[in-house]
Unconditional design. Sequence first.
Length: 262
Amino acid sequence: MRVLALVLCIAPLSSALAEGNSFFDKFGATLDRKRWYISKGWSNGSHQSCVWAVDNVRLVDNRIELSVTDVRRGEYAYSCGELQSNDFFGYGTYEVRMKAAPANPGMLATFFTYTGPSHNQPHDEIDFEFIGTREKSVDASYHAKGNGGRVQSVPLDFDPRAGFNDFAVHWTPERMTWYANGKVLREVTKTEGEEYPTTPSKIYISIWSGSAQLDDWLGPFTYPGKPIVASYEHIAFTKLGDDCQFPGSIVCKLGKEKLNGK
């Protein structure tokens, strides 16, 4: 069921693949609509119990808040929030400072890259997924050319729901490395004969509730009577070889040479 939850990430069809440059977005009073698109009006499939809605993406105190609410939309009992980049991004370092949603079964908050058939591209994806019932762990996973199931649940030495923490994935033609607060969580090296992500992808953040199809992974969803919120302070992308985009970046802390294994 984990594969289903990832494979069906749908986004509006893009007519051209415009590869973006390095950036640091510390969310301010307004959302940069040239950089970001708010998903709205559809669900990713029957594995979700919610529909993406503009009302579930808000700027509050210079942070993006994504929420699951009990606002019914059509056949779906709940509404949920997703923000995606307009551009596609290739090899480099993807970073976010975020606080996962409070403990609640049946839902998850995410930071990930994705491209697939909805963009006329093969399905490549690199994920951080924070499961609502897990106190100190994150799923670090990836898909390559439509082949999924490469999920690893990684223990953390902190609760990602209790405060803001820094997460990053460094993606090169040879290696992917997931980080939390500067510490390596997982590393995957490209191996001959195995599929590996190579296609420039969009950047996404989201929060959503699952249906009964995902109960074995997420647990049965129950709405707690108030919005379930995940918060994001900033997002950054540093193109492979570029200088770091902000002082706290892992690219600054480790340096380009060390980060790239030189």
